[in-house]
Design a protein around this ligand. Sequence first.
Ligand code: PBG
Length: 332
Amino acid sequence: MTSFPDVRLRRVRELEPVRSLTRETRLSPSNFIYPLFVTHGQGIRQPIEPMPGCFHLSLDMLAEEVAEVVELGLPGVLLFGLPAEKDPVGSGAYDPEGIIQEAIRVIKQAAPDLLVIGDVCLCEYTDHGHCGVIVNDGAGKGRIDNDQTLELVARTALAQVQAGADMVAPSAMMDGQVRAIRDILNAYDYPQTPIMGYAAKYASAFYGPFRVAADSTPQFGDRRSYQMDPANRRMALREIESDIAEGADIVMVKPALAYLDVIRDATQRFDHPMAAYNVSGEFSMVKGAGKQGWIDEKAVTLELLTAIRRAGADIIISYHAKEAARWLRDEG
Ligand code: PBG
């Protein structure tokens, strides 16, 4: 005899143990990477206004911060630097004594088992705010020179690894950047250091708060010549395919929430570990509405992070990582 309405779907929801056993996607602190912004100076823990709960931290404040990250069960941090000075070629990025290199040394000392990932880009270090070297295109306009930038990006990755970084994450979206980094790391005897490629990185308005945090707003033009058009999905798969061919060990889609379809398609197509960057604007929207009491920040955040996992991401880079880890722990 058939019973209508069909109650089989209801039965697996009725009892919590059954609900839990049949849950398809799980969220755990072990999925998260927490981004940090490191700055010069002493005793600095300066709030980043559009990103409540995030700070510019000076080197002497890092030990305490990473102790908390470790205590919460987060496996890794992703580092961004604010250099003392900027110049046209982003020297601070690959200076062996640059802010990121110093931060890596401090963190490896304070928390040797924490995975330290260097974000490899020039935009925080260039005075024009672009991710690469600008050359005159002859018509009086600047354009990014891909190949000159590649060399500097590779040197940046090497400087980070020499300082002790466990992994590097090139985000400049230059063609060939993963290959250039793999080559230089191999040449300097770091064949075991993995590369997490920002493979499908969109030219997104969701990076607004980060550009305030990293002081990396382009002084002219925009990033559309090297970052992807939000309208394109298949092109993201080509970008990912090319990062994998160049030797990326982990590939990334960024931003996450507006691009869940891309994450899903990519994980169905490729077997490489997939990271998703839950970017600053996505974080700030939730924070802002949460602060107003318009949404339940905790519930919304956990729902969104679960959605990123459900789409297929193995790793989530998120400014919500510490709070989410705490909430998950509280819930048991
Ligand atoms: C550097 C970089 C950016 C972000 C990560 N790495 C900024 C950009 O491309 O403009 C954005 C991260 C975020 O919004 O949280 N190229």
